[in-house]
Ligand binder design. Structure first.
Ligand SMILES: [Zn+2]
Length: 376
């Protein structure tokens, strides 16, 4: 099969010609055609690749994460296209959809909710196109401003200044130079640099800490710049030294790259335990996940302890391939991070249990996971 040349990028006048000249044949053709529309490519072994994103395999990734992975791929591309076409999103190359949905749920006013939802549809219609069909024409503001936007009325119009001044947080935020999208409640994806403002670009902003402290105080939110913050700064600098190509990635993309792709999990069969060797070893397994409700920030890890296993007992290839091992007081301790863009605490518990089964000794397993225990 001969690879076809890349399609013209979105916005290129030749793209319409390319679209009308190319037709999809069969399910694989439809798949490749759709992928090119969403700014990604599918390799001959069905791996989906997109700029700045961790790749995933359509047939090897855990099935429960296939839909979220495809959804994220499409959202990333649609965000980028919308940012190029709509001036309101110009400083927001990626929207934090999770935060947006949480915010929308808290808006009780139906009009406000509907208005914000319209801006977040990422519609391809810009104001010029709306004007062309007689929508989107606006009267001048009473303050004299031409074509006043909603953001003008809320944040910039001198006639509404007294309303802003009557609300502490709004008055403060009006002087913070918020991106246009955030002025209307659309949050951008957070930059990776902990020194930046959550709504800023990746560059360091010397005012960010002061602004964050002030906003936290207004919202009565405890915000600490203690050890965790210093650790985050150190980690970010270490990552950039070791992986300079990750500069410019946002926080979600940086986390995804640090965890790595799901990869191929090709476990060898466990060692057969002979009937003469039925002295059981007490084994304890555990798996855990940080931030389980925010998969973009979650980190999964597993731990296994074989309480009586000497250094003479050979390691199984699964154990030496997938875990860090250390002998301690006659016990074998193993631990490992779990790669992949998504995870769950159940998956982490099951992974720990599966790896423990590779031990060449008969064992009893202690676990606090009902899901792992159920099949036994
Ligand atoms: Zn005005």
């Amino acid at each position: 099969m001969k690879p076809s040349p890349l399609p013209p990028p979105f916005g290129d006048p030749k793209r319409a010609v390319w679209k009308s000249n190319h037709h999809a044949y069969g399910p694989i053709g439809e798949l490749l055609y759709s992928a090119s529309h969403f700014g990604c490519a599918i390799t001959t072994d069905l791996v989906v690749r997109q700029p700045r994103e961790v790749e995933f395999s359509l047939h090897l990734c855990p099935f429960q994460y296939l839909k979220p992975l495809v959804t994220q791929t499409v959202r990333v591309f649609r965000s980028k296209v919308a940012a190029d076409k709509r001036s309101i999103l110009k400083d927001t190359p990626e929207i934090d959809f999770k935060m947006l949905h949480n915010g929308l749920r808290k808006i009780s006013n139906a009009d406000d909710n509907r208005r914000l939802r319209w801006y977040t549809t990422l519609s391809d219609w810009n104001n010029d196109q709306l004007s062309a069909i007689d929508f989107g024409k606006r009267e001048a503001c009473d303050c004299g401003a031409d074509s006043p936007s909603l953001a003008h009325l809320i944040w910039h119009c001198p006639l509404t200044q007294h309303l802003r001044e009557s609300d502490g947080p709004v008055d403060y935020l009006a002087g913070c130079g918020l991106p246009c999208a955030l002025e209307l409640g659309i949050p951008s994806a957070m930059p990776a640099n902990p020194d930046s403002l959550p709504w800023g670009l990746s560059d360091y902003d010397p005012w960010s800490l002061g602004q964050l402290s002030a906003v936290a105080k207004f919202c009565d939110f405890k915000f600490s710049f203690g050890d965790d913050f210093v650790n985050a700064q150190t980690c970010y600098r270490d990552v950039l030294v070791n992986f300079p190509h990750l500069a410019g990635h946002n926080a979600r993309q940086l986390f995804a790259f640090l965890r790595g792709p799901f990869g191929d999990l090709d476990l060898e069969l466990p060692t057969v335990v002979g009937s003469h060797n039925l002295t059981t070893c007490a084994t304890y397994t555990d798996g855990s996940l940080t931030s389980p409700t925010r998969p973009e920030w979650s980190l999964a890890g597993i731990g296994i302890v074989h309480s009586h296993r000497s250094v003479e007992t050979p390691m199984h290839s699964n154990e030496s391939t997938f875990a860090y091992c250390e002998h301690l007081d006659g016990a074998l301790c193993m631990w490992a991070p779990l790669p992949g863009q998504f995870c769950s605490s159940t998956r982490a518990e099951v992974a720990a249990g599966l790896l423990a089964l590779s031990s060449p000794l008969a064992m009893t397993i202690g676990t606090d996971s009902a899901c792992f225990l159920k099949p036994f």
